[in-house]
Design a protein around this ligand. Structure first.
Ligand SMILES: Nc1ncnc2c1ncn2[C@@H]1O[C@H](COP(=O)(O)OP(=O)(O)OP(=O)(O)O)[C@@H](O)[C@H]1O
Length: 264
């Protein structure tokens, strides 16, 4: 069970209107165990979001198989909560109203209210439940988005650079909260990031993706006890190991963007 990705391939049509296709990746195999925290790491454009969106059911793979807890993915579902880089809250609803919105059809109004309060407490936003999105900082908005996803009680949480737009301090605070919530709820988490340190602080395993050809390069098991300290020698050593492989992939992207891919 958990997330099973087998031999997945994804292409997109080219934007030049000539009907061509570009392959993002192929032959992608990955198993995420129930309750495991796995990060997808890689250079810009390697297909991290695309892979997460395929698991979310927001994109379709061209071929291959994806199941989540034994069910084939055919579209989005309440069993998979998604948190994006932008919180996309409804500006006309309060914080609590935003959390209630996603769950009100599944339970009574009283239950929905209680559930929203429970998860807002979990992300330390109880005091702001009556505030409107424009009154919140970026980090607070992301916490509302996390509470909204958790309130649906999905088995799996899919997070696409949820802290990518936040400052270092807020990000560090949210890392602690996410780890705490993960510990409390036991959700399976698939997390997209291009930040090695973030991946190392949070994950059980880090899946390094690359380009040309697109796919998984290497999977790292991070066996350091949590909470992790990036100053510990083992942490720094592994970070360096991942960084050197990642920089190979980043260089490939850079060479392509500067147009001298054939120079070597
Ligand atoms: N809807 C789409 N139509 C055409 N091409 C797309 C579409 N979505 C993504 N792509 C292309 O697929 C590739 C992978 O994109 P994706 O967003 O998954 O990468 P990423 O690794 O998440 O990048 P980043 O770290 O910059 O967010 C890119 O080359 C992108 O241009």
């Amino acid at each position: 069970m958990g997330i099973i990705i087998e031999n997945v391939k994804k292409t997109f049509g080219t934007a030049d209107g000539k009907g061509g296709t570009v392959e993002v990746f192929s032959g992608v195999d990955l198993k995420v165990r129930p309750g495991e925290f796995v990060s997808l790491l890689g250079p810009s454009g390697c297909g991290k979001s695309t892979l997460l969106n395929i698991v979310a059911g927001l994109e379709r793979a061209n071929s291959g198989n994806v199941t989540v807890n034994g069910r084939g993915v055919v579209g989005p579902g309440a069993d998979r909560g998604v948190v994006f880089q932008e919180a996309a809250l409804m500006p006309w609803l309060t914080v609590k109203g935003n959390v209630i919105f996603g769950i009100k059809k599944r339970m009574s109004a009283v239950e929905a209210e209680g559930t929203a309060e429970k998860y807002l407490k979990m992300v330390h936003l109880s005091r702001f439940s009556g505030a409107y999105p424009h009154e919140l900082s970026g980090g607070m908005k992301q916490r509302v988005a996390i509470a909204r996803a958790l309130a649906m009680d999905p088995e799996t949480l899919l997070m696409d650079e949820p802290f990518g737009a936040l400052d270092e301090q807020t990000r560090s605070l949210l890392h602690k909260q996410v780890l705490h919530i993960w510990g409390q709820t036991g959700k399976t988490v698939l997390f997209v990031t291009h930040n090695i340190r973030e991946a190392m602080l949070l994950s059980d395993r880090i899946v390094l993706m690359g380009v040309q050809p697109g796919g998984i390069r290497k999977v790292f098991a991070v066996e350091l006890p949590r909470p992790r300290d990036s100053l510990e020698p083992e942490f720094a050593e592994m970070e360096q190991q991942i960084r050197s492989l990642l920089s190979v992939e980043i260089d490939k992207v850079a060479r392509e963007e500067f147009g001298d891919v054939h120079s070597d």
